[in-house]
Ligand binder design. Sequence first.
Ligand code: ATP
Length: 193
Amino acid sequence: MSRIGLFGGTFDPPHVAHVALARAALEALQLDAVRWIPAGQPWQKTRKVTPAAQREAMVRLAIDGEPRFALDRIEIERDGPSYTLDTVRAFAAAQPHAQWFLIIGADQYAGLHTWRDWQALLGLVTLAVANRPGLMPPIDPEVLRFPHRVVPLPMLDISATEIRDRVARGLPVDSMVPPAVARYIDLNQLYRD
Ligand code: ATP
């Protein structure tokens, strides 16, 4: 039975903590694959998001070299907001014998009870949760009733928000994104304004 990690995000841009988290999940949960799933229309983000084609291109660069990483366009191709439950249902229908792990950081875990149909979602996946620095609200007691696996990850104080802010202020981000992503941001003049 395949063990597959699902790793969704806005990835605007993908950064080194994303890569570290996906790698840690591969190892710790003995996954056969991690599917990176850039959100089409991230319904919880209110700011203007970089076009999906560019976020997809950056994820391809970030995952290059690890054969167990793959990019999945399912949420980019689907119209309307990106709900994780729809995505997981589609995967489970296509591969009914696989075991699914939903890889998330602590900030997403703390907000999970706001996701659409989260109880149904947690019936289909095992949560795989990693540390993330920052103040988080306590985990909703209903969410805590579902078992979760811990992905061992050192605290990595990196966010896409900080990277966008730094680029806008003309500061380097080389230690925060894979080199190919840094080049892409530069060449395409992302996050400048
Ligand atoms: P933004 O700052 O734009 O909100 P982000 O850095 O949180 O972006 P996302 O693409 O929204 O990046 O995150 C995708 C997934 O990766 C989420 O589950 C998030 O919790 C996790 N993640 C992102 N950064 C980290 C980090 N530094 N440590 C642990 N998990 C992280």
